[in-house]
Design a protein around this ligand. Structure first.
Ligand code: 5GP
Length: 172
């Protein structure tokens, strides 16, 4: 792990997660939501975020992938498992690890729009890599802006490794 340079410490991440949760608690006051965690990368963020949400919620998991082992988006989104309950008339909060090209976010938002008439749909991502965007997608909420670096840790992997790091970093 010594080859990983820290970008955001555990303390910075936890502080930011609580700030986003505060905003969401305000947004959804008096409402119920379905929180949809996009596996595998968003797992740590989703868990910490929902622990700080004080509203009635159900947590769902779906699995998508757009990377095929390398460190660049393949440009194609695979729906590995996208079984969801009936989201008609529900408030849906999608929880992602990072918006890079935006293709995954676009795929998911289109999927939800095509299949359900939700009460509301919000997209919340821990990281926003605006510089590599290839779509007009912007997350409604995000934790940190990052440059064009391949980051790992706190759920994000490199060939399956590093998801367990408490911080987010990159290889130099
Ligand atoms: P997009 O479809 O926006 O190009 O990419 C979204 C997915 O690509 C993310 O959910 C994430 O799994 C993966 N991804 C994009 N950038 C990075 C990165 O810097 N590090 C890691 N580990 N995964 C990334």
């Amino acid at each position: 792990m010594n080859d990983i340079k820290v970008l955001f410490t555990e303390e910075q991440i936890q502080k930011r997660v609580k700030e986003i949760a505060d905003e969401l608690n305000e947004l959804y006051k008096g409402e119920e939501i379905y929180a949809v965690c996009v596996l595998k990368g968003a797992v740590m963020f989703a868990v910490d975020l929902v622990k700080n949400l004080h509203i009635p919620l159900k947590l769902e998991f779906i699995r998508l992938s757009s990377y095929n082992g390398g460190t660049k988006s393949s440009g194609r989104v695979n729906a590995v498992d996208i079984s969801l309950p009936d989201l008609n008339d529900k408030n849906v909060l999608i929880i992602e690890d990072i918006v890079d090209t935006g293709l995954t976010a676009k795929f998911l938002l289109d999927f939800i729009k095509t299949n359900f008439h939700t009460k509301s749909t919000k997209f919340c991502s821990l990281l926003d890599k605006k510089i590599t965007r290839k779509t007009d997608i912007e997350p409604d909420y995000y934790g940190f802006d990052i440059d064009d670096k391949f980051v790992v840790g706190y759920g994000l992997d490199d060939d399956g490794y590093y998801r367990n790091l408490k911080f987010i970093g990159y290889k130099e």
